[in-house]
Design a protein around this ligand. Structure first.
Ligand SMILES: [Zn+2]
Length: 124
């Protein structure tokens, strides 16, 4: 709350700086004056594709992990779900496509690794 006369921050009903009586503003007027309120509203007004981008990046990281270490095939499945989810959020670009492909390869590798492990375990 600021003094309408001198702009000093006022806690009570009277300005300690100039002694002017403070007129309380309505919440609607407050939105234009109060910066934190505007900041809080910003995430809601952002396009949903921003969330899709975060999912796409997460999917890419999971995809790389599942390709480098096929043991993390489960991560590939999570990454695949994230990549599909990112597309549904409207985030369609080469990064998401790369993440999608990497996760598919990662899942494929982990299935291969699992089959190799099973055949070794069964026939040795
Ligand atoms: Zn004042």
């Amino acid at each position: 709350m600021n003094c309408q006369s001198c702009g000093a921050v006022v806690v009570g009903n009277y300005c300690e700086h100039c002694g002017r009586k403070i007129v309380r503003v309505t919440p609607n007027q407050n939105i234009n004056m109060n910066r934190p309120t505007q900041v809080r509203e910003t995430p809601n007004s952002q396009p949903s594709s921003n969330y899709g981008k975060q999912k796409g990046i997460a999917a890419l990281i999971l995809g790389i992990s599942s390709v480098v270490l096929p043991v993390f095939g489960l991560l590939g499945i999570v990454g695949l779900v994230l990549a599909i989810s990112a597309k549904q959020d409207g985030y369609i670009c080469s990064l998401r496509t790369t993440a999608f492909v990497l996760n598919v390869i990662g899942i494929g590798l982990s299935v291969l690794a699992f089959v190799c492990f099973l055949s070794v375990a069964l026939y040795v």
